[in-house]
Design a protein around this ligand. Structure first.
Ligand code: NAD
Ligand code: TDX
Length: 356
């Protein structure tokens, strides 16, 4: 039986991690303590959880400014909070950045995960009431042609520095389960979207550029396909796996919602036009086909039947509703956006931690 009393969430100040923490406090019957362990890189913004900090800070929610690559940071947090569950979101996550600067991806995603596993192995020696849950991506499976799906059994074939670093970490996690008996579960998810996504990924880039009347950069021919999932649906799946997933198993999570990039950008243009009082096609003239991403994977599509059948999970947000929620969030959170864009949010770290 899993204890699930004191949870360490790595990367909880990022896009999915911050939504996950909010989901656990607001939508589940979890009664224990949750520790958000985050380095606060460019993608980490502790302000994204101001509401949770206000409601639960110091009693059930704690923030630790730490680096998964520094063993002392991890060991100290595991000990201080008597951690029995690690949910590992922390990573360098943006494919374009991995092409321009792969080193940090290898360090954080591979060595950071290895470091966490080592700390967990020594802190939890011989225990079976603990869990290391690893959050991964569908990109480890490579790229699909016009047909077919990624299953849990699909051989790994990562093709970008980002996906190769995530694939490596997935293998190391499973090796710790097989070799040392460390209790682990893993999830491989498709493209997420929703509130608090850092404005470098496709959907927030397009929403914000439309709002500002800037060009909309579509890579290559715009016909690459992604399977989009609302972030709360990812988080309900992770919560289900952490609670009920079988030890040593991987579960695919997907939206069953495939879109060509250019079709999605057109929908965003139309939804924004409706909100900003413009003609339906007004913003489409901003679409700008630009040089393709090197090694750009053509199509991702997830089969998530295992998760549905075994754990009874299903998506709760259809794409229309999820996009409306996302657009409305970005249109009504100017302060978060301007602080993220200007770098102002980083002053929080300077004030609280002397700028480390
Ligand atoms: P993100 O880039 O928004 O957030 C990453 C977080 O990790 C940030 O808060 C950052 O400060 C933190 N972090 C980075 N390096 C760290 C370190 N060394 N020590 C501690 N914290 C560190 O990423 P995201 O989009 O929220 O993705 C979260 C996880 O989900 C990643 O593991 C990613 O691979 C995976 N994933 C993402 C998607 C997606 O569509 N965004 C899809 C599938 C899987
Ligand atoms: O400006 C853009 N123009 C464009 O055409 C951007 C930012 C992206 N794109 C294309 C590239 C992809 O085909 O849109 C698609 C989505 O791109 P991203 O938002 O960068 O996501 P992707 O590369 O698919 O990876 C995402 O999903 C899987 C996350 O960033 C990963 O962390 C996750 O593992």
């Amino acid at each position: 039986m899993r204890k699930l009393e004191n949870i360490l969430v790595t990367g909880g100040a990022g896009f999915i991690g911050s939504n996950f923490i909010r989901y656990v406090f607001n939508n589940t019957d979890f009664k224990g303590k949750l520790i958000n362990f985050d380095k606060l890189t460019y993608a980490g913004n502790a302000e994204s959880l101001a509401d949770i900090d206000k409601a639960f800070g110091g009693s059930r929610y704690f923030f630790v400014h730490g680096d998964i690559c520094i063993k002392d940071d991890v060991d100290a947090a595991l000990k201080k909070y008597d951690i029995d569950t690690i949910i590992h979101f922390a990573a360098e996550s943006h494919v374009d950045r991995s092409i321009h600067g792969p080193a940090e991806f290898m360090n954080t995603n591979i060595m950071g995960t290895f470091n966490l596993l080592e700390s967990a192995r020594s802190a939890w020696s011989g225990r079976s009431d603990v869990l290391f849950h690893h959050v991964s991506t569908d990109e480890v499976y490579g790229s699909l042609g016009d047909t077919g799906y990624f299953f849990e059994t699909t051989p790994y074939n990562p093709r970008s520095p980002y996906s190769a670093s995530k694939a490596s970490s997935d293998h190391i996690v499973m090796a710790y389960n097989h070799t040392y008996g460390l209790p682990v579960t893993m999830t491989n998810c498709s493209n997420n979207y929703g509130p608090y996504q850092f404005p470098e990924k496709l959907i927030p880039v397009m929403i914000m550029n439309i709002k500002d009347g800037k060009k909309l950069p579509v890579y290559g021919d715009g016909k690459n396909i992604r399977d989009w999932l609302y972030v709360d649906d990812h988080n309900s799946a992770v919560w289900a796996v952490v609670n009920k997933g079988r030890n040593g198993e991987t579960y695919n999570i997907g939206g069953e919602n495939e879109w060509e990039n250019i079709k999605l950008v057109n929908v965003l243009c139309e939804k924004m036009a409706a909100r900003l009082g413009k003609e339906k096609d007004h913003f489409k003239s901003l679409i700008d086909y630009v040089k393709d991403r090197p090694g750009h994977d053509r199509r991702y599509a997830i089969n998530c039947d295992k998760l549905k059948k075994e754990l009874g999970w299903k998506q709760a947000f259809d794409f229309d509703r999820g996009l409306d929620l996302t657009i409305d969030w970005f249109l009504s959170n100017d302060q978060w956006i301007s602080r993220v864009r200007s770098g102002e949010y980083r002053k929080w770290i300077e004030k609280n931690y002397g700028g480390r």
